[in-house]
Each structure stands twice: as C-alpha cells, then as structure tokens.
Design a protein around this ligand. Sequence first.
Ligand code: PMP
Length: 363
Amino acid sequence: MTFPPIREELRGIEPYGAPQLDVPVALNTNENPYGPSAACADDVAAAVREATTTLNRYPDREHVALRTALAAYLSRDTVPTRGFEIGVEQVWAANGSNEVMLQLLQAFGGPGRRALSFAPTYSMYPEYARDTSTDWVQGHRAEDFSLDLDRARETVERERPSVVLLPSPNNPTGTALPPEAVGMLCEAAGDGLVVVDEAYTEFRREGTPSALELLPEHRNLVVTRTMSKAFALAGGRVGYLAADPAICDAIRVVRLPYHLSAVTQAVALAALRHAPELLGRVDDLRRERDACVGWLREQGLTVADSDANFVLFGTFADRHALWQDLVDQGVLIRETGPDGWLRVSIGTPEEMVAFRDALLTSL
Ligand code: PMP
C-alpha cells in the first residue's frame, strides 16, 4: 500500500482554503474589515479571563448559555414581528457554520444518501459530502446565477436528496433566493432537509426575508448562520443553526463531546452583547458593495448582482494572470466561481481604492 494509507478518494487532493498570503490588502475571504471597538475587545478579554479560572474543567457540552443567547438574538433581531420566538432547543452552535453543516451531513448524510446543491455554489459543500461518504449531486443555476425554480423543484423531486444545501445569498455569486423558493423546495424535498445557508444574510437587500420566518411552517427547514461575516468574528469560529428541536437532537448524537471550547463560548457570549456595534458597519459595507458593482460595470466588465459583502466579476481569458498581477500590487482577491470570474470581498473605502487602482493598472 502507498504511504500514508489515506482513503483512495483523498489521495493527492490539496487541502481546501484560499491562499493565506501576507499582503497589505486582503479581500479574499469575505471577512468584515472592521475590527471590534476597544470596549467590545475589553469585554471579550474579560470574558476569556473569567473562563480561564475554570480551564481545568471541560466546558458545557450543550453550550446552553450560548444557545440561549443566540435564540434570544434571533428572536429579538430577526423574527420579532412574526409572532413566534426561537427557543434554545431549536438552536445549535459549532466552530463556524462549516462545522455545523459537516455535523448536519454526519447526521443526515452518509453512504447511500445524497446531498444536493445548485452550481455555482459554495465550494465546501462537496467536501462535506465526500468526508461523510454522502453521494454528491449537483444541479445548476441559470446563466444569470439565479435559481430556475421549476427546474430546481424537478431536480429535487427526481434526486430525493437527504440534504439540499441552498446558500442565500449564494457564494460566490452573491445571489439571494427569492422568498417563494424556500417553502417550495421544502415541500419538494419531502423527508429530506433543506438547509438555507444564511452566512451573508445581514447584507441582503430590503424585501428579501430571512428563511427563519418559515421555520414554523416547515419541519425539514434548517437555517444556518455565522458570526464570521457581518458579525466581524471570523477569528472566534462560531456558527449556528435554527431548526426543529429533533434536528438539534440528531446532531447531538454525532458531535464530538465538548466540541465548543470554554474560550469560544465565552468569546461568543461577550460578542453577542455587542451585536449592534459589531453589525454597525453593515450599511457602510452595502453602500461600498453597490459602488463597487457600479464602478466595475463602468469599466465594461460583467458583474453579478450581489446581496452579499463580495462581488463576482469577469470575464477574463486568463483570470489567474490578473489575480497574480493584483497580488503583485499587494491586493489579494479570490479565484473562484465559473472559469474566467474573480471575486472581491468588500473592504474599507481605502482598501477598495487600492483594489480599483490595482485593477485599473492591470486591465
Ligand atoms: N457558508 C458560506 C456560503 C460561506 O461562504 C462560508 C465561509 N466562506 C461559510 C458558510 C462558513 O463560514 P464559517 O465556518 O466561518 O461560519
């Protein structure tokens, strides 16, 4: 046997992840460019300090305090007018929404089962499928990256996936799902789960409701969220979901005991107390995004409409050469999406000037 005795389907595969290059302007992983205020950082540091007094003990396996705070946050800030609350038993958190979704596939995927999404879509989804030996089925988006709802329903009804993964807004295209899509696909999925990945939901335009509002109507609906993007806590590694309590109970069977460290729980709890401040730059970032879309179009480029904190643009005969040219000028963006397209995350106004200057030099 060839050493190391790795699973055959993993042999020779590069680890997932954007290049982590030391450049002045990093616009490649859709982070929030604004760090926490001194007051928030102090509060987080105090919470960590407090947590260190009991670091000889394992943390709360069920992370009840954090789930309670997340449930209150969702009920207060996201579905306050819908006449229902999200309870602690409907919320589950893990180390980033990546881990939440991996746990979902551990519990609901597996050999002989299928996971499905519509390309172009978030490139980690097939990795969760591969790592849980779940069959991966890929449907397709329309030319303008929207979801053709009739075709999507037919695909779901034909393939009968155990898990449908629907990012809204989608990464890497920035496209939000229309409000009618989620309910329709929950019905088409029958007993399968429909996971609406709302990693970028805070950046969406007015008038596109969150899928959270549909939770009371669809038991097979799972909404995942993250503190990594709008919430400006990518380094804290906290993602979570809201769903039927039976779905959380199923995940509790597959999760590693104590998967969320005491430090992570403390950081997330303290950060949630500063939610309005951490989310305070979302409007600025939306404006900067819209300006970026307009500017790229003025340069004669093709640009996808975006409801997120990034913009997909193209098309380039040699996108790698352009990407490298930008890196050489100190600006790191992402080679992702269909051939010929590039994605830029929205940064501070100064970072966006650096991006535009570098692109003008390279075009
Ligand atoms: N979903 C989507 C669509 C994403 O783009 C990302 C991060 N790039 C994630 C989930 C995972 O983010 P995290 O694990 O930091 O929550």
